[in-house]
Design a protein around this ligand. Structure first.
Ligand SMILES: Nc1ncnc2c1ncn2[C@@H]1O[C@H](COP(=O)(O)OP(=O)(O)OP(=O)(O)O)[C@@H](O)[C@H]1O
Length: 318
């Protein structure tokens, strides 16, 4: 388990992490998200004893990293996969790590095997692709069979096969009961990999919840397909709903549940060909949640010219 207790980090006048408190539980994958400069890397560095907090604490298994005797056995980390000695072979790189952490040499080949690098174990790391270096970084993180894993952007540089591989690996590691914390800017991948997400903006906690709850919170309108849209729209509006015609002919309905829409349609003998709530993606939920805390974001689109009507997407319902 990882615990952040009122963690604060200041660099001069910049508050990189601001009174951050949360718990990362074992047995699930937790995504750590936030816009550029939100404080993710700083938090991870403090967690791994590479930086000191200004106040508060970051604990791994109830202890500060610096007080852990053999850290690789408690927490495995991948922060920067390119920070390896290019002249060493993959096996030697891991052997040195194993020796300094009193980890048996047999763990080296097991770790190489687990990340699919067994065939290239004798090759110099300098010739590795970024994807291979990511795998080697993960092998190093797994070397001590730790209960906690902290991975900063582990899918960077991986091809689609590699991305899927790491998704399955991380889910497998969590299923073994480990605590898995990973940061990524790839929201679609995070939606597939993480069970929970911790979202920060300008160093502060914005959300600590399940992916399902977050996407549900920002779910859009109920999309209704009927051959008699005008009549159904009148009925639903009369019941207090807001109805917007969609470009594809469906009705986007907010303010009524799927079942209430079905009941009203039946009452008025109006046929329904489809009723479905439009789920928000994690990306949509994330963008809406972090919109106000983005430091260096994309400028908002210019306002539409007077009189122009934007087609409703049902996105902003609720
Ligand atoms: N060593 C440092 N000295 C001064 N300021 C720093 C230092 N490290 C980080 N910062 C500042 O702290 C803030 C948080 O940075 P951090 O790298 O933790 O964000 P991040 O969420 O990891 O961003 P990204 O997604 O871009 O990696 C930023 O404003 C950054 O400029």
């Amino acid at each position: 388990m990882i615990e952040l207790r009122q963690l604060t980090k200041r660099y001069g006048r910049t508050v990189a992490v601001d009174d951050l408190s949360c718990t990362v539980e074992p047995g699930i994958v937790t995504g750590f998200l936030g816009p550029n400069g939100a404080g993710k890397s700083t938090t991870m560095r403090i967690l791994l004893g590479l930086d000191a907090p200004s106040s508060g604490a970051a604990l791994v298994g109830g202890r500060r990293y610096a007080t852990i005797d053999r850290p690789l056995r408690e927490v495995g980390a991948l922060l920067d996969a390119t920070a390896v000695h290019g002249g060493r072979t993959a096996r030697n790189h891991l052997r040195i790590l194993a020796r300094t952490n009193r980890i048996p040499a047999t763990a080296v080949d097991a770790a190489l095997d687990r990340v699919g690098l067994a065939q290239v174990a004798g090759r110099r790391v300098g010739g590795f692709s970024l994807g291979m270096k990511q795998r080697l970084g993960i092998a190093a993180a797994l070397l001590g069979d730790p209960a906690v894993l902290v991975l900063d952007e582990p899918v960077n540089g991986l091809d689609p096969d590699g991305v899927r591989w790491i998704r399955q690996l991380l889910r497998g590691l969590a299923a073994e009961g480990r605590t898995v914390l990973l940061s990524s800017h790839l929201m679609s991948e995070m939606q597939l990999t993480a069970d929970r997400v911790i979202i920060i903006g300008r160093g502060r906690l914005l959300a600590d919840t399940t992916v399902a709850e977050l996407t549900d919170r920002y779910a859009g309108a109920v999309l209704v397909r009927t051959p008699r849209p005008a009549e159904l729209a009148a009925v639903l509006t009369g019941a207090g709903a807001t109805v917007a015609a969609q470009p594809d002919g469906q009705l986007g309905v907010t303010g009524l549940s799927e079942s209430a829409i079905g009941d009203l349609a039946a009452e008025h003998h109006l046929p329904l060909h489809g009723v479905a709530r439009r789920d928000a993606s994690l990306e949509e939920a994330y963008l809406r949640l972090t919109a106000e805390s983005v430091q260096y974001g994309t400028p908002p689109p210019a306002p539409a010219p007077a009189g122009a009507v934007a087609p409703s997407t049902g996105k902003d319902a609720r």
